[in-house]
Design a protein around this ligand. Structure first.
Ligand SMILES: *Cc1c(COP(=O)(O)O)cnc(C)c1O
Length: 384
């Protein structure tokens, strides 16, 4: 089995696992226990991890809040800011190609007293900055745009987006889950106020994430999602997942150290795959090849039924036709539909996501397996 579904999750780096293990056994303390070394050791490890995660995005360590993952981070950012919105700021701007963990909290706001503008995208997958300009007003509370799309890898122009939002006093939230492992993303340079991260998309464990909350004057007011012990400066009550957080910190440190060379290597693998697939007739890339994560390729094939293609690969290559959640519901990807693809084109699309441990040989095998499958399926069912 070859794993090329890294936008769904990445394998845990063995170095990350090694860093975590002692925190299940000898260092099992509760990071909030103030009265003995078990607690002190756990608390110290959490603060080290906080600094490591902060460093990845150029943040100050005390502005990082640990959560259970990016779904929670996105909910905390969007619903949390909305719950404390000043009168007269009841408008949110986001994009149709965002992850469900952004779109669904926005839908929830619409059931309350909020208005949400969902910006469309060009066939390349990028937002139109003029449309953003037209959408943001002095009533806009929040602009939420992802750094990189989890299906197409398309990168949005964050600096320009935040400049437009700031001109109207709106906060900027960015779901940076897919980008943080492979590209420089500095919250100061980009003017980001809220940033969501997830450990399991960057070689860390599942079930741990972070929300960066910028220190601003006046501070960004956020209503917590849970009531409880007041952990994480009141933003997120609940006993900290110490081992998971330690793993997240180690994962962030490794990504920060290896990011430039790793991005280059992932791009080489991706380009090798794309060159190989171009030998198949009727193959097209979905989304901009220029503004794109180095580890992503999303392609569609003319005249093939998507489900059959995926089924024919299922026991040899782990890929998907869209986000893991969209696959569960068997709906064609809302992201690919937003790029202008038909339902059938979206279903006949494959999302490839490379990870740190993939090799050239794996790429070559995948090229021949995909090419064989496509050709075989076309022979079996000549274009309908
Ligand atoms: C995976 C993903 C999420 C959800 O993260 P979890 O930590 O799994 O909750 C949110 N946004 C994007 C872009 C993702 O790829």
């Amino acid at each position: 089995m070859i794993y090329l579904d890294s936008h769904a999750t990445t394998p845990v780096d063995p170095k990350v696992l090694a860093a975590m293990l002692p925190f299940f056994t000898e260092h099992f303390g509760n990071a909030s226990s103030r009265n003995h070394p078990f607690g002190w050791t756990a608390a110290k490890a959490v603060e080290t991890a906080r600094a490591q995660v902060a460093a990845l995005i150029g943040a100050r360590f005390r502005d990082v809040v640990f959560t259970s993952g990016a779904t929670e981070s996105n909910n905390l950012a969007i619903k949390g800011v909305a719950a404390r919105a000043p009168a007269g700021r009841r408008h949110v701007v986001t994009v149709v190609t965002e992850h469900r963990a952004v779109l669904d909290p926005c839908r929830a706001l619409e059931r309350g007293r909020f208005r949400v503008t969902y910006l469309g995208v060009t066939p390349d997958g990028l937002i139109d900055l003029d449309q953003l300009h037209a959408a943001v007003t002095d009533e806009t509370l929040l602009v939420s745009v992802m750094a990189a799309n989890n299906e197409t890898g398309v990168l949005q122009p964050l600096a320009e987006i935040s400049r437009i939002a700031k001109a109207h006093g709106a906060c900027v939230h960015c779901d940076a889950v897919q980008a943080a492992a492979v590209m420089a993303l500095d919250v100061q340079d980009l003017g980001l106020d809220l940033v969501s991260l997830s450990a399991h998309k960057m070689y860390g464990p599942k079930g741990v994430g972070a929300l960066y909350v910028a220190k601003r004057n006046p501070p960004i007011a956020i209503e917590p999602l849970f009531d409880g012990g007041g952990h994480e400066r009141g933003y997120r009550s609940g006993t900290l997942n110490v081992a998971g957080i330690v793993g997240f910190g180690a994962a962030a440190r490794i990504c920060l150290e290896s990011r430039p060379s790793e991005a280059e290597r992932l791009k080489t693998l991706r380009d090798r795959l794309w060159r190989g697939l171009l030998r198949v007739d009727g193959v097209h890339a979905n989304g901009s090849m220029q503004h794109r994560l180095p580890q992503n390729l999303n392609v569609r094939f003319d005249d093939v039924a998507g489900e059959t293609l995926l089924a024919s690969l299922a026991n040899s290559v782990a890929v998907s036709s869209g986000a893991a959640c969209a696959t569960v519901s068997a709906e064609p990807s809302h992201v690919l539909r937003a790029l202008g693809l038909s339902d059938d084109q979206a279903r006949a699309s494959l999302r490839f996501g490379f990870h740190r441990f993939n090799t050239d040989q794996e790429v070559d095998s995948v090229v021949s397996m995909v090419a064989d499958s496509v050709n075989r399926l076309r022979r079996r069912a000549p274009s309908a």
